[in-house]
Design a protein around this ligand. Structure first.
Ligand code: PEP
Ligand code: MG
Length: 572
């Protein structure tokens, strides 16, 4: 038995066999050959195997995420059929009398460096495609096929260094019962995706992929970040009992699906869901969300090889608005940069990407991209209750400029004869401390605030949200953070506006009583935590929570706040 500790990223217990997603470095050695035709047929066979893989992945991604996301695999399949590449490899085998691995590696590198040296984004993407595809073929030639999440066809606990968006896109929720990663924090991509899929997860264990081997029995506790491998009978029995109790509690929560989110003394709030694509809507409905409080639209732009068109975006926004059937839907404009890259945009490499050219900064500079998204949003507004939100706003000028572009696009669309709702609220995310400090000024101009604590915490305490070495400083209950949150809520209310929160803190059981007490109007979280939050709010008394909030704002440390709230509300 061994025990690893990481960061609890998605609640729940899970027990299963390990599936380790780890690809060895491919070692290419030149060998002389004596039969050219044998070598060429080895190469052709590897091409066929890679082709089969890619077709499988493409079909799966198409079904799970739609045609658009599957296009990148279509481009990879084209590389496999490219006569120029295939003939160059065969030519090298013949003329240089070398093994297929070496011939392919040399030919691929030759093509990659030609494409990369061209000053053309399209050609640079082709270089990336050739790199990916040749690695897949080489892995077959070397007898070490690549492991991908789409290879999982039975119930497992997935162990990975980190999960890329393409890994999560390919994984089948039916089979992946738990996730453990080496790196990441509570707000890293893999953590957020696991929560939105309702899969228990522990991230940032540092050594999981090197310590856990395939098929070992693993227990994970996604709440406190524990990972146990090869458990003894006693541990197995203990966690099996916990799992059973958890399943019974989930059953009990089902009765709250259609209940309002109201405290024991009648204070009503809205519990909304965070989503990354229309595909997440099923869990939103299953968990009784009262709206969507954050649609992270950047996922529509990721894992593909070009920008999504106005019509493609319009269809996604329309689907979400129609499915929510008149309930509020807050759609955030493109928040790219930071930890989210778009290779096809060729963004500059920066020393501090989280403080760099991202989100609204990028959209105001590249208004060609921004305007397409705004048009799609405005057109979709006719199909539901749309609210538009700008991310990472640091100054009033940024908000005014973004709003001005939005108004210009609205006028154009109306002139073109499109229907646009005249009732769209426009708000901002408050995730930069200067904006929280100036919330009273912003509140005069915006329709609402949504507090993005994932970033607000990292910027206020200057502790990178992705860096496990400083995760002890990433403190949601730091009184400095709580005072900023209070300031934002009060500023909104003073102007008759509403304040929500869409950072992970909104679904946290210690934060919920504090936020209710501070008067937060809307709590937006992973759909899988909504029913538990609703149950908690039913049991809380608003009057008491406001008294507690007054007290904790004068505490000195994160730990004191947490202890006080846990004791007061009997949270274990
Ligand atoms: C946040 O910063 O709190 C937020 C919700 O945005 P993201 O996690 O996408 O940065
Ligand atoms: Mg953010």
């Amino acid at each position: 038995m061994t025990e690893l500790t990481g960061i609890g990223a998605s609640n729940g217990i899970s027990i299963g066999k390990a599936f380790v997603l780890q690809n060895p470095e491919l070692d290419i050695v030149e060998k002389a050959i004596n039969d050219v035709s044998v070598e060429i047929s080895r190469f052709e066979q590897a091409i066929q195997q890679a082709n089969h893989d890619l077709e499988k992945i493409q079909a799966h991604v198409k079904e799970e995420l739609g045609e658009d996301h599957a296009k990148i695999f279509g481009a990879h399949l084209l590389v496999l059929q490219d006569p120029e590449l295939l003939n160059t490899v065969k030519g090298k085998i013949e003329s240089e009398q070398i093994n297929a691995e070496k011939a392919l590696n040399d030919a691929a590198n030759q093509f990659i460096s030609i494409f990369e040296s061209m000053d053309n984004d399209y050609m640079k993407e082709r270089a990336a495609d050739i790199r990916d595809v040749s690695k897949r073929v080489l892995s077959y030639l070397l007898g070490e096929p690549l492991v991908t999440t789409s290879d999982i066809t039975e119930e497992v606990i997935l162990i990975a260094h980190d999960l890329l968006p393409s890994d999560t896109a390919q994984l089948n929720r039916k089979y992946v019962k738990g996730i453990v990663t080496d790196i990441g924090g509570r707000t890293s991509h893999s953590a957020i995706m696991s929560r939105s899929m309702g899969i228990p997860a522990v991230v940032g264990t540092t050594t999981a992929t090197s310590e856990i081997t395939k098929d070992t029995t693993v227990i994970i506790d996604g709440e406190n970040g524990t990972v146990i491998t090869d458990p003894n009978d006693e541990q197995l029995e203990f966690y099996e009992r916990q799992l059973k109790e958890e399943q019974e509690r989930a059953q009990e929560l089902q009765t709250l699906i259609h209940e309002p989110s109201v405290s024991s003394d009648g204070k009503q709030v809205e519990l909304a869901a965070n989503i990354g694509s229309p595909k997440d809507l099923e869990t939103v409905i299953e968990n009784g969300a009262e709206g969507v409080g954050l649609f992270r639209t950047e996922f529509l732009y990721m894992d593909r090889d070009r920008l999504p068109s106005e019509d493609e975006q319009f269809e996604s926004y329309k689907t979400v608005l129609e499915t929510l059937n008149g309930q509020p839907v807050v759609i955030r404009t493109l928040d790219i940069g930071g930890d989210k890259d778009l290779p096809y945009l060729d963004l500059p490499n920066e020393l501090n990407p989280f403080l760099g050219f991202r989100a609204i900064r990028l959209c105001l500079e590249r208004d060609d991209i921004f305007r397409v998204q705004l048009r799609a949003l405005l057109r979709a507004s006719a199909y539901g209750n749309l609210k538009i939100m700008f991310p990472m706003v640091a100054t009033l000028e940024e908000y005014r400029d973004a709003k001005h572009i939005l108004d210009e696009e609205r006028d154009k669309l109306l002139k073109e004869g499109h229907t646009v709702s005249d009732d769209i609220e426009v708000g901002i995310m408050v995730e930069i401390p200067s904006t929280a400090v100036l919330a009273d000024q912003f509140a005069k101009e915006v329709d609402f605030f949504s507090i993005g604590t994932n970033d607000l915490i990292q910027y206020t305490i200057a502790a990178d949200r992705m860096n496990e070495n400083v995760s002890h400083l990433y403190q949601p209950y730091h009184p400095g953070v709580l005072r900023l949150i209070k300031r934002v809520i009060d500023a909104a209310h003073a102007e008759g506006k509403w304040a929500g929160m869409c950072g992970e803190m909104a679904g946290d059981e210690v934060a919920i009583p504090i936020l209710l007490g501070l008067g937060l109007d809307e709590f937006s979280m992973s759909a899988s935590t909504i029913l538990r939050a609703r149950q908690q709010i039913h049991q809380l008394n608003y009057q008491t929570t406001s008294e507690v909030s007054d007290v904790i704002l004068n505490k000195q440390t994160n730990q004191e706040v947490e202890q006080y709230v846990r004791q007061h509300f009997l949270l274990d």
